[in-house]
Design a protein around this ligand. Structure first.
Ligand code: CP
Length: 310
């Protein structure tokens, strides 16, 4: 890659803070990296001499491995931190933890943290570039970027397309980042789920709200189906998983009744048989594993473009 166009920001704290041009630049760059990682030699020297710390204060499979692979493909040096086996357990604060890691000459921080806004707090106190890998129920920007990139790859420009996000919207950082990202790209966005799992003020974001799964499947070009986040639910939001699956789950019988095929997505991890049945998750219309594959290229693009801001 010769000249590097610039992002408007030195951190990726949330999609809310990216412009449409930033998103399109990330996609263009990700497309080039996708070609790179499909070559026999998957590595480029773009981030040689850059050190990235992956700080995970919450569990992760996809995001953590995807960032680590993206960093390795870019030839960065990486260090991995997991809160469960760290001195956080002895009472060390977030800022002390990060400052100690940065004093070992770390240039970029990729962080997942259960507290919404933890990355904004860090950005006020440290110089390193920060990438939000998920902050509580707030944002998960790189998931939204890889989701939108994957949609665009399948159905072209998202302007005017109907995208419906199904499920537990209330506890989902993926939902909020998807809404911001898809709207910036000109898509029409709807959310669909039980009234108890849709935030009261969601209309203020300019999204449609529905509680009718079949009608929403009929409306949309893409169904992005979210996990029921039982670990974040401190009260009962629906009577039982069985009832949830019966009234709000996406299954093959529903898809077979539609008058057109739609694209099926899920950010993972999947609760099979709850929000989505296996015959839908594993069907030809599902791009769930392509999402994961695209995650590496999209995260390479994010890290590469942020490094150019240093
Ligand atoms: N989609 C996602 O964030 O998955 P992980 O929690 O496994 O990283």
């Amino acid at each position: 890659m010769a000249t590097v166009q610039q992002l408007s920001t030195k951190h990726i704290l949330g999609i809310k803070y990216l412009t449409e041009q930033d998103i399109r630049l990330i996609f263009e760059t990700a497309q080039s990296f996708k070609e790179v990682i499909n070559r026999p030699i998957k590595k480029v020297p773009s981030l040689r001499d850059v050190t990235v710390a992956n700080l995970f204060f919450e569990n992760s499979t996809r995001t953590r491995i995807s960032f680590e692979l993206a960093e390795k493909r870019l030839s960065a040096d990486t260090v991995n931190f997991s809160a469960s086996s760290s001195s956080v357990k002895k009472g060390e604060t977030l800022l002390d933890t990060v400052n100690n890691i940065l004093s070992m000459k770390v240039d970029m921080v990729v962080m997942r943290h259960p507290a919404p806004g933890a990355h904004h707090f860090l950005a006020q106190h440290i110089d390193a570039n920060i990438v939000n890998a998920g902050d509580g129920t707030h944002e998960h920007p790189t998931q939204a970027l890889l989701d939108a990139f994957s949609m665009q790859e399948q159905i072209g420009d998202l302007r005017g397309k109907n995208i419906c996000i199904f499920g537990d919207i209330l506890h989902s950082r993926v939902a909020l980042s998807n809404i911001f990202c898809l709207q910036k790209l000109g898509a029409r966005v709807r959310v669909c789920g039980p009234p108890t799992l849709i935030p009261k003020h969601i209309n203020s974001l300019g999204v449609e709200v529905s509680h009718n799964v079949f009608e929403s499947l009929q409306w949309c070009d893409v169904a992005n189906i979210l996990r029921i986040q039982l670990e974040r639910q401190d009260i009962k939001y629906f009577p039982s998983l069985r009832e949830y699956s019966q009234y709000f789950g996406v299954n093959k019988q529903l898809l077979d009744q539609l008058d057109k095929p739609i694209l099926i997505m899920h950010p993972g991890p999947i609760n099979r048989g709850v929000e989505i049945t296996s015959d839908v998750a594993d069907s030809d219309h599902s791009i769930i594993l392509q999402q994961v594959e695209n995650g590496v290229a999209v995260r390479m693009a994010v890290l590469y473009l942020l490094a150019a801001k240093r």
